[in-house]
Design a protein around this ligand. Sequence first.
Ligand SMILES: Cc1cc2nc3c(=O)[nH]c(=O)nc-3n(C[C@H](O)[C@H](O)[C@H](O)COP(=O)(O)O)c2cc1C
Length: 145
Amino acid sequence: MVDRMVDMSVKIGAVTLKNPVMPASGCFSTDLAQVMDLNRLGALVAKTVSREFRAGNPPPRAAEVEGGMINSIGLPTKGIDYFLQHQVPDYKRFTPPLVGSISATTIEDFEAMRRLTCLKSIFPARRAIPRAATSPSTRSTPIMS
Ligand SMILES: Cc1cc2nc3c(=O)[nH]c(=O)nc-3n(C[C@H](O)[C@H](O)[C@H](O)COP(=O)(O)O)c2cc1C
């Protein structure tokens, strides 16, 4: 019999993913484990968090258009402390590396979040991948990720 297994692994910095499939930030929570095996993904991607609570944009935040949808969510978040205490532990049920997404409007906030995540060893360097928030709904705000 012919072995049809293909090596789909990719290397990003020091991290090796078993395949390049990872969800878009903010569109894919751990609740989806109820309908699919999340361990088949190359990586899990968390929703973007900022240092403090952010309400995000007022509704309507999403609208259906011909051929798709447009959204203006505004990166709502309960903040980095909630993320580290409640969400990261939940991700530990799964085997793929977790890609964290942090955003800030000042260099100080960005550095504080980077320090917090490193100090707590939540993202050991070997398993950490930085990502840039892509949300177009925050373009008017100086967001750095
Ligand atoms: C409900 C919703 C929440 C999102 N939250 C985030 C987010 O927290 N951080 C981020 O960088 N992008 C966020 N996005 C943007 C998506 O990650 C993605 O970039 C966007 O949907 C475009 O995907 P596409 O390039 O595959 O069309 C969000 C999108 C949606 C629809």
